[in-house]
Design a protein around this ligand. Structure first.
Ligand code: ZN
Length: 680
């Protein structure tokens, strides 16, 4: 589709063909590019809507998909750079575009002519399954965007959605800024006792970089995690715990400076109003409208059931920790004594394992696994324009040597990069005018960076995270669907999106896979057999407590949105306290402000949907069990998983796809067995 974009033709975001030219993208390009695209899209859409002939896939759906695709692939590098290379100018440009994009999306969703056209097309008996799924999803999304509202209510809805986009972005900014603004300079080396050498070396380098003597501790996840797990100095553990658990709140060392309290109240208020406008009792039902789970009661029952099954183990594990410490424990002691007990019981620690898990070996081994089960060949492409020198691009070829897609890998923690690990969509697969555009993904982590003179050595937990994100990446890249809105992870119900990722984690624990992903970075020796066995045995260590922690997050998110009452100021704290009474077995200090940094939920993506992790984990564990039954690297089972689950995008109900793969519906058994919570 040729659209005149006028004077903006030198804008790198608009001239983009293929991979984004990251080094050429500047903050000042962002708003003009988005303005030009939105104007062009609006003109094109009004042309489509004016037609009064019989609407068809070719005349309406294909052009709408093209407009969507072009906007998505232009916005993707902007929102990605905002997450991984945040700067004041980029943030300002990003924020300037958010309300414009939100307004545009609501307009498309409320476009009655388009809605009528899609409704007419839905009567066509000749639609392919992919077209049928696309049209059904679109009709649902029109309703969720308020297409049926009265005109002035439509306008109000649009304003609310813009406000929500702004508030959610603000929430994430506060969390990022609070973490970036905090650091602790240590000059008494004895305070660092117990810390692994790679942590102290890095802290020393950070201090030197700022012209200071000593060790500078920052508030990135690897540092925080290392301190609360290893530091013998309980005061230091407390200091880091307090800084971390009060990020962006009214408490802690930066109390009030980046406080999210009001932002959270506003987010909840707006979400509730949005849901009520569309006739839903609460935001939970609005959120579930496009998910696998049927109702709020079903989700609540699922979480309560898991909690009841996990509580006895969780309570026992907590008692064992206190026995190990010989005293009652505070929140900042849990990780430290857990590590102590784990080492005593299994004689295995992250630090013993790290030398056997150099990052290149892990990556090569992970790719070898995908070679065994799917017949893939994953190779690095040189000479690609990237956003940071640590970033690489990989191409994915299948068993017939067909290029299926590519993905960027950005592994290490650094300032101005969002915390956590995630996969995001750079380009979706699209075949809309004959030629195919292949999918591209971003795989991002926050691993401990290499320190001078040695390669990055991963903790096994980081290896599991890498497999998780690789699972998302393959789901996005291996799709065979040609319509972007139902290709890859698009159109997959959010509570099933974590199936391919959590499924992939299973391989990082498999005895046949571990030798593929490990060898000593200096001697090349394999992971000693005894260490490997002890490590696998330790997988179930504190599984009850870990399960309860995830259930606490999920129940908090669900109940916060389900039980919302307009006008009450203390709901976040009240619901959190209540949920903790139900499922928490660890003490929580009064100053803890966990919710203020809960970006999964307040940032938007997992709002009234955090339960999705556990929901999908049931499917993932059961799917992985099929591999254990057949031999973990079994190609036939892999091919079946590829065809039934990974390639189909959002074109089939997930339950049908699962039954197709497994021959039956999922059960809880595999997950309970995996966690050792099956009472056996
Ligand atoms: Zn995930």
């Amino acid at each position: 589709m040729a659209i005149a974009l006028g004077k903006t033709k030198d804008n790198p975001l608009l001239a983009m063909r293929g991979l984004p030219p990251f080094s050429a993208i500047h903050a000042e390009d962002v708003e003009p590019a988005i303005d030009a695209l939105l104007a062009a899209n609006r003109a094109e859409l009004s042309g489509l809507a004016k037609r009064d002939d019989t609407p068809s896939v070719a005349d309406v759906i294909v052009p709408v998909e093209q407009l969507r695709h072009r906007l998505a692939r232009t916005w993707s590098p902007v929102s990605h750079l905002n997450a991984v290379m945040n700067s004041d100018s980029l943030r300002a440009a990003y924020n300037a575009c958010l309300p414009k994009l939100s307004a545009y999306q609501t307009e498309v969703g409320q476009n009655e002519s388009l809605y009528r056209a899609y409704t007419a097309i839905s009567d066509d008996p000749a639609l392919t399954p992919a077209q049928r799924a696309l049209v059904d999803d679109a009709l649902r999304d029109f309703r969720l965007a308020g297409v049926a509202l009265e005109p002035e209510r439509k306008a109000r809805f649009k304003t609310l959605m813009q406000e929500l986009a702004r508030l959610q972005a603000r929430f994430e900014e506060n969390v990022l800024d609070a973490a970036s603004a905090w650091s602790l300079l240590i000059q008494d080396e004895s305070r660092l006792r117990g810390l692994p050498a790679h942590v102290t070396k890095r802290a020393q380098a950070e201090a030197a970089e700022r012209g200071e003597r000593g060790w500078l501790l920052t508030l990135d996840f690897p540092t925080y995690h290392a301190i609360v797990t290893h530091a013998e100095d309980a005061g230091l553990r407390r200091e880091l715990y307090e800084a971390w658990s009060t990020r962006a709140s009214d408490r802690g060392p930066q109390a009030g400076r980046f406080d999210n309290s009001e932002v959270m109240r506003e987010i909840l208020r707006v979400r509730h109003e949005v849901a009520r406008m569309l006739g839903f009792p609460s935001f939970v039902e609005y959120s579930l409208a496009n998910k696998m789970a049927g109702s709020a009661a079903e989700v609540r029952g699922f979480l309560d059931d898991l909690a009841a099954r996990s509580l006895p183990a969780g309570r026992r594990e907590m008692r064992e920790l206190e026995d190990c410490a010989g005293r009652a424990l505070e929140a900042w002691d849990i990780g430290y004594y857990a590590e102590k007990l784990r080492r005593a019981r299994y004689d295995v620690s992250d630090e013993q394992l790290r030398p056997y898990l150099p990052v290149e070996r892990v990556l090569a081994g992970a790719f070898a696994v995908t070679g065994h089960i799917y017949g893939l060949r994953i190779e690095r492409r040189a000479g690609v324009d990237v956003w940071h020198e640590d970033v690489r691009l990989y191409d994915v070829r299948d068993a017939r040597d067909e290029l299926r897609g590519s993905f960027y890998v950005d592994l290490y923690a650094r300032p101005k990069k969002r915390s956590g690990a995630w996969m995001d969509d750079c380009i979706s697969r699209a075949r809309l005018n004959g030629s195919v555009e292949l999918p591209v993904a971003y795989l991002c982590c926050n691993f401990t960076p290499p320190v001078a003179g040695s390669p990055a050595l991963l903790a096994h937990g980081e290896v599991v995270t890498l497999f998780h994100e690789l699972g998302h990446t393959l789901h996005h890249v291996l799709t065979r669907v040609d319509y972007p809105s139902v290709a890859g992870i698009n159109g997959v119900p959010w509570d099933a999106v974590e199936l391919p990722s959590q499924f992939m984690e299973g391989f990082a624990w498999a005895p046949t896979v571990l030798p593929l992903i490990s060898s000593h970075y200096q001697t090349g020796e394999p992971l000693p057999a005894g260490m490997l066995e002890r490590m696998i045995a330790a997988r179930r260590f504190n599984a009850g407590m870990q399960m309860l922690r995830q259930l606490e997050f999920a129940l908090f998110d669900l109940r916060l949105h389900a039980d919302y009452e307009p006008g009450r100021a203390d709901q976040v704290a009240t619901v959190l306290d209540d949920v903790r009474k139900q499922v928490s077995v660890v003490p929580v200090p009064e100053f803890n402000r966990f919710a203020h940094g809960f970006t999964h939920v307040f940032g938007g993506a997992y709002a009234a949907g955090y339960y999705s992790y556990k929901w999908a984990e049931v499917l993932a564990a059961d799917a992985f069990a099929a591999f254990e039954e057949a031999g973990v690297l079994d190609r036939q089972t892999g091919q079946r998983f590829l065809r039934s689950i990974l390639e189909i995008g959002g074109t089939r109900p997930v339950m049908d796809a699962f039954v197709d793969f497994r021959g039956r519906k999922p059960t809880l058994d595999a997950l309970m067995r995996q966690c050792g919570l099956n009472g056996g």
